[in-house]
Design a protein around this ligand. Structure first.
Ligand SMILES: Nc1ncnc2c1ncn2[C@@H]1O[C@H](COP(=O)(O)OP(=O)(O)OP(=O)(O)O)[C@@H](O)[C@H]1O
Length: 269
């Protein structure tokens, strides 16, 4: 029997006001998958994940979460979201534990104090992201990468069935990137399903089970990491039409001469 379906998009379009950014997308994510969503800057990755969460406007097609049409879906505690480029403001006077406790709020009535189980789940989420020794420090004293881990812990404290993360490793130093990759490994080992927008596939390559590439709002690749490497290789060889007047080096030769690096490069304008 196949795993439960967490997300299903059929011919779906998302955008803003009168502008369509992502169009005609078919995508099904099943329990246990760790999906990396790749694509150049502006290709619509954030718009797509925000659309799945109901945060950008659906302009056509269908969205289903946990087999329920998005319009009828109300179990948002089943989804954890770590938004893009989000760290905590220096003016936030709260400890790591206090921030992570916020992740438990949707699970109990506002007037009810935290249970022993709530406390245990919060402690576990903080340990999961490797910050147990900083649990009682103010978040303002942490680095950007550590703050990103606090936000992941907050999402984990909600005990979601699926974690949606928008560039969790962007803009953090190498040591913190490795720490974040370790966190994702630990979650994947435990069977947490994830949809991760990233430009740093290298940092996550051993954790990802599937790669989806977006280009100008369309999916142009969807498959395993191994198939993605083949796709890149074929693409490079396929573009190896060397015109006699063209002095530029041939991509096929470059790829053949060096190990294949599956990390797509950011397009800088
Ligand atoms: N709130 C918004 N209102 C209008 N247009 C938007 C909004 N957010 C994004 N866009 C536009 O949608 C397009 C896709 O943006 P999006 O952030 O989804 O791309 P992305 O692939 O996540 O890019 P990046 O890798 O740079 O984060 C861009 O042209 C952007 O200007």
């Amino acid at each position: 029997m196949s795993s439960p379906t967490l997300v299903r998009l059929r011919s779906t379009s998302f955008g803003y006001a009168d502008r369509t950014v992502v169009s005609g997308v078919d995508l099904t994510v099943r329990a246990g998958e760790v999906v990396a969503l790749l694509g150049p800057n502006g290709s619509g990755k954030s718009t797509l994940v925000r659309g799945i969460l109901g945060l950008s406007t659906r302009q056509g097609g269908d969205v289903e979460l946990f087999d329920t049409p998005l319009d009828e879906f109300d179990q948002y505690t089943r989804l954890g979201y770590v938004p893009q480029r989000h760290s905590l403001s220096a003016s936030v006077r709260a400890t790591v534990t206090e921030i992570v406790e916020v992740g438990r709020l949707p699970h109990r009535p506002w007037w009810k104090p935290q249970s022993r189980q709530d406390h245990a789940i919060v402690r576990e989420a903080i340990a999961d992201v490797g910050l147990a020794d900083r649990a009682h420090e103010e978040v303002a004293a942490l680095s950007g990468g550590q703050q990103r881990r606090v936000l992941i812990a907050r999402a984990l404290a909600g005990r979601p069935d699926m974690l949606v993360m928008d560039e969790p490793t962007a803009g953090v130093d190498h040591a913190n990137q490795e720490a974040l990759a370790l966190v994702l490994h630990r979650l994947a080992d435990r069977g947490t399903s994830m949809l991760v927008v990233t430009h740093e596939l290298e940092a996550l390559e051993r954790v990802v089970t599937r790669i989806v590439c977006l280009d100008a709002g369309h999916i142009d690749f969807d498959g395993t990491p191994a198939a993605y490497s083949d796709h890149l290789r074929r693409h490079a060889v396929g573009s190896d039409h060397h015109h006699p007047d063209d002095d530029s080096p041939r991509r096929g030769h470059v790829i053949g001469a060096a190990p294949l690096d599956p990390t797509p490069r950011e397009v800088t304008p």
